[in-house]
Design a protein around this ligand. Structure first.
Ligand SMILES: C[S@@+](CC[C@H](N)C(=O)[O-])C[C@H]1O[C@@H](n2cnc3c(N)ncnc32)[C@H](O)[C@@H]1O
Length: 393
């Protein structure tokens, strides 16, 4: 496909997304209809679509349509009206010719200053971000419009960072250590080759964000660790690589745990899956991690659809669920144990405010540690807090 034909395809996909289809589904639908498209074309169309989702607020200056977004994307990637006009030539599979109004919007003299355009998120979330991170808000919002780096976690029980770097290189993947975690590698060349690489297939490396790795690395040592919201199990597996603890995993939606078995096997770890009732009968645990459902705002580079889909009601529901999970998990913690609360959110209302509310309502618990990971550190935005009960004196 020509670069112009890829733009036409992205317009088609974005129009389907804007009429209510999830972006991934719209991309799959397009790929099914377009058997002529090779893997490089599919990847290129995906990149255009995701860039438009990340920057939807500023790209919407020609209206919220697939064509409007893609025209602004093309303007951002080129430097002159002529270059963009050449792509929108109307010839072959290229999108139709630009009209005067579209040409005028390519390189506006004074860009729109609305919160939605500057922060590339709905206005209320831009305000939420300002309240949460103050002076860093604009830089964080801008960072969240960039494509996320690909990070790998090296399973240190399987080999060293250097072993992983060397083995990845044999499959054409270039990776370098990243400061956020001692297990973290950043893939700087050929991230799409990771999944088929020997290092990945053999369990030497796992895909995991660097801040997520750092958060797991910092968790206190325990004899019995329960990952209460385990999902795919990324955190319990990371914890298990560096600790000798007996590992347990739970999720309110057991189907979310389906990948955990094969992943644990690949990593050479044993993780016992518990139902909600079995968590109670197997308690106490000296470390319970609650990686709660959240807005995902720290990971909007990866999942930009989330910022446009989040509603006030859904956000309010998340705040309630987060408190409910802490209430459920607290009795599972041994008297001198740690209840760890984590989100991949940059919003204070999901982080510090939740911890303050829990400690306020639950006598004896206090926050003994907390750390914010800013997306400006390179990884996703995360928050972690440890809740403990001091020994009665
Ligand atoms: C942020 S995800 C966890 C991601 C996972 N820890 C990882 O590292 O891949 C949150 C998980 O919490 C689960 N969840 C939602 N409500 C819950 C509840 N009341 N109790 C336990 N888990 C819950 C969801 O099903 C979801 O899998």
């Amino acid at each position: 496909m020509t670069p112009a034909a890829r733009l036409s395809a992205a317009i088609e996909v974005l129009d389907q997304y804007l009429s209510g289809t999830a972006a991934e589904k719209a991309l799959t639908n397009w790929a099914r209809r377009s058997r002529f498209a090779g893997s490089k074309d599919r990847a290129a169309v995906r990149d255009i679509v995701f860039d438009c989702l990340r920057k939807r607020g500023s790209y919407a200056r020609l209206g919220l349509t697939g064509r409007g977004l893609v025209i602004c994307h093309a303007a951002a990637k080129n430097t002159s009206v002529e270059e963009v006009s050449n792509l929108f030539s109307g010839e072959g599979h290229a999108p139709s010719l630009l009209v005067a109004e579209e040409k005028a919007a390519l390189f506006p003299a004074s860009p729109t200053e609305s919160v939605e355009a500057v922060y590339n998120m709905p206005e209320w979330l831009g305000e939420e971000l300002k309240t949460s991170v103050g002076a860093d808000a604009e830089a964080i919002a801008s960072g969240l419009t960039e494509r996320a780096a690909t990070f790998l976690r090296v399973n240190l029980s399987r080999g060293s960072l250097q072993n992983a770097i060397d083995l990845l290189a044999k499959d054409g993947v270039t990776a370098i250590p990243h400061d956020l975690a001692k297990t973290a590698l950043e893939v700087v060349e050929n991230p799409r080759k990771v999944a088929a690489s020997t290092a990945y297939m053999s369990g030497l490396v796992e895909l995991q964000d660097a801040a997520s790795q750092s958060l797991c690395e910092g968790l206190p040592a325990a004899n019995r660790m329960l990952d209460y919201c385990a999902g795919g199990g990324g955190k319990v597996l990371a914890y298990g690589d560096g600790n000798k603890a007996a590992l347990f995993a739970h999720d309110a939606k057991p189907q979310r745990l389906r990948d955990l078995g094969p992943r644990a096997k690949r990593a050479g770890l044993k993780v016992q899956v518990l139902t909600t009732d079995a968590c109670k009968t197997s308690a106490p645990f000296d470390l319970v991690l609650c990686d709660v459902p959240c807005s995902g705002s720290g990971a909007w580079r990866r999942s930009p659809e989330g910022k446009w889909a989040l509603t006030h009601d859904a956000f309010a529901d998340l705040l309630l669920v987060q408190q409910e999970i802490l209430r459920e998990a607290a009795p599972l913690v041994a008297p001198d144990g740690v209840l760890a609360f984590a989100t991949c959110s940059v919003f204070k209302r999901e982080n510090e405010d939740q911890i303050a509310k829990f400690c306020d309502k639950n006598d004896g618990w206090h926050c003994s540690y907390e750390r914010r990971y800013s997306p400006l550190e390179g990884g996703d935005g995360f928050y972690i807090a440890y809740l403990t009960r001091p020994e009665p004196s």
